[in-house]
Design a binder for this molecule. Structure first.
Ligand code: SF4
Length: 233
């Protein structure tokens, strides 16, 4: 899908020099995936492989993320993947508060364009930007609301490379992401079906109570438009 607003945002990120990370990066890593997806994965910052390729999660951690997505029947192309900051911090240090602050507007714009229902935060640093002070080990795998969206915290895929004992927890959390998606899609299907029934009844009522068939009213047209609910994936 092409989206002029999105393309313009990507261009802005690629030439951005609003923090010192621009001085050491090879290239900025805006993010990639489906703009139609209602699920967004957000890590902390690009690493060496991402910096070299200009794509998010393409190194060893990306391989784990791909495996996790595959385990629940998803591909990278079906979701949207990005980071809190778009440029690699030197030696993979944590981005500092000023860098995060300068870069946050780009993430906000991405969230506004893609409008995800579910945001999966990858790792404690990403989580901390939505819920400061929360412990990833305490809240991982527990969905919670944030500005009309569902935030679903999970361990960073790289953490399972350093500590393989965390992998089962990551696998379990991805299974729960799959359940969240199924529940959301079921709700959308039920609402779509109910709206279609209501519209049909309304149109039949019109036909039965007028001598000449009437055009659908504004309300009916609005309902008809809204029936095209968007499923998560
Ligand atoms: S990290 Fe963000 S704010 Fe800093 S230079 Fe890169 S795109 Fe700009």
């Amino acid at each position: 899908m092409t989206n002029a607003k999105y393309e313009s945002l990507v261009t802005q990120i690629k030439i951005c020099v609003q923090c010192d990370l621009s001085k050491t990066r090879k290239q900025a890593v805006p993010g990639e995936g489906s703009l139609n997806s209602k699920i967004m994965f957000i890590g902390e910052a690009p690493g060496a492989s991402e910096d070299a390729e200009g794509k998010p999660f393409v190194g060893p951690a990306g391989k784990v993320l791909n495996e996790m997505l595959q385990s629940i029947g998803l591909t990278r192309e079906q979701v949207y993947i990005t980071n809190i900051v778009k440029c690699r911090p030197p030696n993979n240090r944590d981005p500092n508060p000023q860098e995060i602050d300068r870069c946050w507007k780009y993430l906000e714009e991405q969230m506004s364009i893609i409008d995800p229902e579910i945001i999966v935060t990858l790792g404690r640093h990403s989580l901390g930007n939505f819920f400061p002070g929360e412990l990833i080990s305490r809240v991982r795998g527990k969905p919670r609301r944030w500005k009309n969206r569902t935030i679903f915290p999970v361990y960073h895929p790289a953490a399972t490379l350093h500590n393989p004992r965390l992998r089962p927890a990551l696998q379990e959390d991805f299974q729960n992401i799959s359940s969240l998606i199924s529940n959301f899609n079921s709700d959308i299907d039920a609402k779509t079906s109910k709206d279609q029934e209501d519209l049909q009844l309304s149109l039949e009522f019109n036909t039965n109570h007028t001598s000449t068939p009437k055009e659908p009213s504004d309300t009916q047209q609005k309902v008809s438009k809204n029936i095209k609910q968007q499923r998560l994936i």
